[in-house]
Design a protein around this ligand. Structure first.
Ligand code: NZQ
Ligand code: ZN
Length: 384
């Protein structure tokens, strides 16, 4: 096992009708900004429920945070926070709203040009406190210290990571997912599956706790996916989905193990350039990455084949191939396609993606930092 530190201060409040708990979590004198996305949280009544739970506290609202939250939009929220001296940010939504809120919390307190937070020129030192009410299980943002923001003007999608943005609390009420469309449910299943895989499919290091945990999350997602997709009000399926997605990226699965975030790094460029949903970019890249890095990942792929897909027959090579095939079939079974051609894209994507990767320093990826631009080119070729 590798050395590690584990720190996660986010309080999780999980279960039916837990939005009312907000009142206990917020300071009595808090001046709150409620941040949300398009219409979903207003239409399904969550915003009204939140306002009620705030009681007598003074609050303001900022709606319209788009999927893949835009830097330009978030700066408007920063101006509002400064104008009214707001001191607590409450995100109501999915990963985009939560990530956007994290950025607002950093940018409000940042002295220089907020773009430096994303270009990583300087490290922020303070942030406003945030809480979340999660409506879409997928990213784990509700219990981690990461965020991803897109600058629409330059088509750049960049991430940040700092312990300053761990939410103080996150309310996870599985009934809030009942209104999710199939497309977002499928995205959430694949995104959380991928978060787990990127902390798992590297090389064996005898880290039994995170390995068995990761396999449990993967098996859970495979088992519940059909019910999550076909039964909108199946509470148990939605509850298991919600917790699996949170655990997949709250830092626990990364304890003591190497990680390989190549699929996400390439995927972000794809979303920025071509507007493909985050999870879909991952489903395009991962199978190709596994083909290209099959030898280096053989040990973990065999473990994955056996413990996640129950593959026990055949040669090692056949087991690995079958595990990759089953992964693709799983993605396709939830309605997510796995090749560029399925999205009307072809060879023309390769150069622009590689250029952006070079610009953003994505040139030594993978658990051995050996995924250079030329390996990424091979991966992109295979994904066509
Ligand atoms: O905008 P509204 O109208 O609210 O609709 C949203 C949005 O269109 C809708 N939605 C959310 N909850 C709903 C609902 N519709 C009906 N009922 C509900 N209960 O879903 C749409 C997509 O929402 P979004 O927040 O964009 O989805 P997701 O949670 O998948 O977040 C994706 C973003 O998170 C980033 C991605 O890159 C992307 O920008 N990620 C963040 C990570 C992190 N912070 O750790 C890690 C991830 O790998 C990922 O990169
Ligand atoms: Zn993701």
């Amino acid at each position: 096992m590798l050395n590690f530190q584990f720190y996660n201060p986010t309080r999780i409040i999980f279960g039916k009708e837990t939005v009312s708990e907000l009142s206990q979590q917020l300071p009595a004198q808090a001046k709150v900004l409620i941040l949300y996305g398009g219409e979903s949280a207003v239409k399904n009544g969550t915003i009204d429920e939140v306002k009620k739970a705030l009681g007598e506290r003074e609050y303001f609202e900022f709606g319209g945070i788009e999927p893949n939250p835009h830097y330009e939009t978030l700066l408007k929220a920063v101006a509002l926070v400064k104008q009214h001296q707001i001191d607590f940010l409450l995100a109501v939504g999915g990963g985009s709203v939560i990530d956007g809120t994290k950025f607002v919390s950093l940018a409000t307190c940042y002295e220089g040009d907020p773009w430096e937070i994303l270009s990583r020129k300087k490290v922020p030192v303070t942030a406003l406190p945030i809480g979340t009410v999660l409506t879409l299980p997928a990213t784990g943002s509700e219990m981690n210290c990461r965020g991803v923001v897109t600058r629409a003007e330059t088509k750049e999608k960049l991430s940040f990571r700092t312990p300053l943005v761990y939410p103080q609390f996150s309310i996870l009420d599985p009934t809030k997912t009942y209104t999710l469309p199939e497309r977002q449910l499928a995205n959430g299943i694949v995104d959380s599956f991928m978060h787990t895989l990127e902390q798992y499919l590297t090389y064996p290091i005898d880290a039994k706790v995170p390995d068995y945990f990761a396999e449990g999350v993967l098996r859970t997602l495979i088992e519940i996916a059909p019910d999550v997709l076909s039964q909108p009000d199946n509470y148990e399926a939605r509850a298991n989905f919600m917790w699996a997605a949170t655990v997949a990226l709250n830092g626990f699965l990364a304890t003591g193990v190497p990680e390989d975030w190549t699929t996400h790094r390439i995927g972000h460029e794809l979303t920025a350039l071509y507007g493909i949903d985050h999870a879909r970019t991952l489903a395009i890249i991962l199978p190709a990455l596994l083909e290209v890095k099959k030898e280096a990942k053989r040990g973990k792929l065999l473990q994955y084949a056996k413990r996640v897909w129950d593959i026990t027959e055949g040669s090692d090579e056949q087991k690995v191939d079958l595990a990759i095939q089953k992964t693709c079939e799983f993605f396709e079974s939830v309605g997510i396609k796995t090749h560029f051609s399925d999205y009307g894209l072809g060879r023309e994507v390769i150069e622009p993606i590689l250029q952006q990767m070079e610009k953003h320093g994505q040139i030594n990826l993978g658990e051995h930092q050996d995924i250079t631009l030329s390996t990424s080119r091979q991966i992109l070729e295979k994904a066509l």
